[in-house]
Design a protein around this ligand. Sequence first.
Ligand SMILES: CCCCCCCC/C=C\CCCCCCCC(=O)SCCNC(=O)CCNC(=O)[C@H](O)C(C)(C)COP(=O)(O)OP(=O)(O)OC[C@H]1O[C@@H](n2cnc3c(N)ncnc32)[C@H](O)[C@@H]1OP(=O)(O)O
Length: 270
Amino acid sequence: MSFYRRQQRRCQNAQGAQKMVGGMFQIGREMSKGFNSSIRQQLPRQTLHPPWSSINSVRTMAVLQWCSNPRDFSLPNSSWGSDMRRLYEHFNSQCEIETEAGEKKWGPWRRLPSYNRSLKYATGGGILSKVIQSKARLFTRSIKEKGAAFEYVMFVNKVEQKCVCVFQAGHLLEGPPGHVHGGAIATIIDTVLGTHATYLSGPVMTVNLSINYRRPIPLGSTVLLTSSLDKKEGRKTFVSCQVTDTEGSKLHTEATGLFVSVTVENLLRG
Ligand SMILES: CCCCCCCC/C=C\CCCCCCCC(=O)SCCNC(=O)CCNC(=O)[C@H](O)C(C)(C)COP(=O)(O)OP(=O)(O)OC[C@H]1O[C@@H](n2cnc3c(N)ncnc32)[C@H](O)[C@@H]1OP(=O)(O)O
């Protein structure tokens, strides 16, 4: 059994489980403040305290180094086409802007790191959370080959309460010949609306998703998803989304989603 597996086993003992639930509640608290902690990903790392006194410190540091640096899947890679890169640059350049005095300050947009990193930064600390959640990933990121399936990056605008996603659909997502499968389109819509609702309201789950497919999306093309907050009512967050071409002129799909705030208990109850 590998060293990492052994540590994972240890995490799953009773004390680990208790800490994990604590960590999950921590997610809720942090997420309900928005993705602020995740957005501050570039800020200095927290000091890490070795969790298991019996472990050789060099090995511990190696594991922690690995755990605390999960890959961020929303950064450009070699599979990104020119539209994907252009739109990425467009929004990314508005994340940090330079004043006339030459000072750098936050712009209107924030790039969201991919889910595995969001979880890590949202927990804000617990060592166990780092170990377990650095392995968490949405299934949209589960295909290793770059560009084969879902390539996407999301940005949020706090003032406008909007979220955009630049999405390039790879060849594995084929439905009708040469076009993207409706289920794959539903998946990316749920992911964008779900992330946006989480950003606005803390941890949520989808209870309703309604989709109108207007025009097929060519396989390999890049599209823009724009999500807006419609309203919040108690535990319910209503969001809607449009999928357009990269110019925003051709409408491919539109959808509305209802997300309900959840706690760890909701997940454990099953
Ligand atoms: C602790 C978690 C940590 C997570 C950390 C996240 C970090 C994230 C970072 C990045 C986000 C990534 C984004 C991914 C996105 C993917 C999301 C999905 O695919 S989720 C999987 C599919 N969805 C399900 O499997 C739900 C199944 N449903 C349920 O489990 C329950 O319905 C639940 C727990 C969500 C709510 O059940 P109740 O018993 O607590 O609440 P009740 O009272 O039934 O509903 C609350 C309100 O919502 C309305 N409601 C519920 N379902 C409705 C429906 N289908 N249509 C309309 N209204 C509905 C109800 O009428 C009620 O409204 P009234 O308060 O009375 O006004």
